[in-house]
Design a protein around this ligand. Structure first.
Ligand SMILES: Cc1cc2nc3c(=O)[nH]c(=O)nc-3n(C[C@H](O)[C@H](O)[C@H](O)COP(=O)(O)OP(=O)(O)OC[C@H]3O[C@@H](n4cnc5c(N)ncnc54)[C@H](O)[C@@H]3O)c2cc1C
Length: 399
């Protein structure tokens, strides 16, 4: 006879573990199994937040549910700037290991190296799941297989395929929260990190703006504010990035500052920008403004041509422009934009409106949030909701 489970969770990542723990706790005696294709659970979870795991954010919806869940598994949180929440030890790998231990101690069966390769709905209810040649039956299935980025961590977009086969619609998948490639050659700025305000313009209209640290590479721009901006860039749109590296000053303050600096006798133009911007940026801005970095700064205050160049310099510091070429692809994107349409899923139980007994959680759904803990929060919340609903369904059918 085929092995059968009350609840099968496809994917032992953030939302799958949260769902399995929640379901097993609420429905005692119900069989819950997690199928994880990699040799460890939560490989992506362990890599989050630069290894620190930005678990959630105080600005997220239904925060209490997620905080309560972490309290119930003994994971203490600390909050940092902009409402970011981290595990107290700031060790992402420890979050994975505690959640895995918790699932096991609740009686969840965790199957590693178990890639679900196929899935079929049974006419009389429930689903057949395939792990290579082997197949088994599950009354309820949670698709918690994550997105499509960082394939090496296990996420290759399998869930979208399964969902489509079961009749669900999947909104176009696009790599999001990623570096942005630009047309201009950034070799001279490569490696530079600077605080700035970045804005995205489409057809001359600003559609996004955020302050933060900008990181330059030879062909692209990165940093949290740029990654957030990447969510607004589409392949077919013609966009421009404008960077203000002196955004904390008003226009007249910048003019006064530059004039004051350029009036100091003996300084070269490059030296006149010292302490205002970093050297590679000073050189880049001077070159863009047509100013020889080695020339004495004071000469630019004399002639009209020099004064014009000074105003060009002000613009190149406060309004550097770069044409968007594209986004860095799936190997670098932190999340997937697009996915299973939310309108086809009950937002409270996470159950499919098309296939009773099929549930969804996390990144496989058509949701992507900004950096700052929003994506993990969505994974926990939808996992907890699905876990509760699956447990309820199983206990109802026992009664
Ligand atoms: C480098 C990086 C850093 C990030 N940092 C943050 C952060 O600090 N804060 C934040 O909010 N978000 C962060 N994210 C995003 C966040 O990690 C994801 O949004 C979140 O993990 C999604 O949870 P999930 O449960 O949907 O999927 P995942 O956590 O990706 O788990 C899916 C699991 O399913 C498994 N799987 C896939 N297909 C199958 C299959 N066919 N059979 C069996 N198993 C399968 C995978 O191996 C994987 O373990 C980061 C992402 C990356 C890549």
């Amino acid at each position: 006879m085929k092995k059968s489970y009350d609840i099968a969770v496809i994917g032992g990542g953030a939302s799958g573990l949260a769902a399995a723990i929640t379901a097993a706790r609420r429905a005692k005696g119900v069989s819950v199994a997690v199928f994880e294709k990699k040799d460890r659970t939560g490989k992506k979870l362990s890599a989050t937040g630069n290894g620190r795991c930005n678990i959630s954010n105080t600005g997220c919806e239904d925060l209490e549910q997620v905080i309560d869940f972490f309290g119930s598994v003994g994971i203490a949180l600390r909050s940092e700037e902009e409402g970011r929440l981290y595990p107290y030890s700031e060790e992402a790998g420890e979050v994975t290991s505690i959640l895995t231990a918790c699932a096991l101690s609740e009686g969840v069966e965790i199957n590693l190296n178990s890639e679900i390769t196929g899935m079929e709905a049974e006419p009389s209810g429930g689903f057949l799941l395939f792990v290579g040649e082997k197949s088994f039956f599950a009354r309820n299935v949670l698709l918690a297989s994550g997105g499509k980025s960082y394939a090496a961590l296990g996420t290759t977009g399998d869930g979208y395929r399964f969902a489509k086969k079961l009749g669900h619609s999947v909104r176009q998948l696009i790599p999001a929260l990623t570096a942005v490639e630009v047309v201009e050659d950034l070799t001279s700025l490569k490696g530079l990190r600077t605080k700035a305000k970045v804005s995205l313009y489409k057809n001359g209209q600003m559609i996004f703006s955020e302050k933060g640290e900008v990181q330059f590479r030879d062909d692209s721009i990165s940093g949290i504010c740029v990654m957030n901006m990447s969510r607004y860039i589409r392949k077919d749109s013609c966009c421009e990035i404008r960077i203000n590296t002196v955004a904390d000053f008003r226009e007249e303050e910048i003019s006064a500052m530059l004039e004051g600096r350029f009036a100091i006798r003996g300084l070269t133009a490059e030296e006149a920008l010292k302490t205002l911007v970093k050297k590679p940026l000073a050189k880049y801005a001077l070159r863009t403004a047509g100013i020889d970095a080695e020339k004495k700064a004071a000469i630019f205050l004399d002639k009209e041509e020099g004064i014009q160049k000074l105003s060009c310099l002000k613009r190149s510091l406060s309004d550097m422009r770069f044409k968007v070429k594209g986004l860095k692809g799936w190997n670098e994107a932190q999340v997937t934009s697009g996915g299973v349409l939310l309108s086809e899923v009950d937002g409270m139980t996470m159950e499919s409106k098309l296939n009773p007994g099929l549930f969804f959680s996390g990144e496989v759904l058509d949701y992507d949030g900004p950096c700052g803990g929003y994506n993990l929060h969505h994974a926990w919340l939808t996992g907890i909701r699905a876990g509760k609903a699956m447990a309820e369904k199983c206990t109802e059918s026992i009664r």
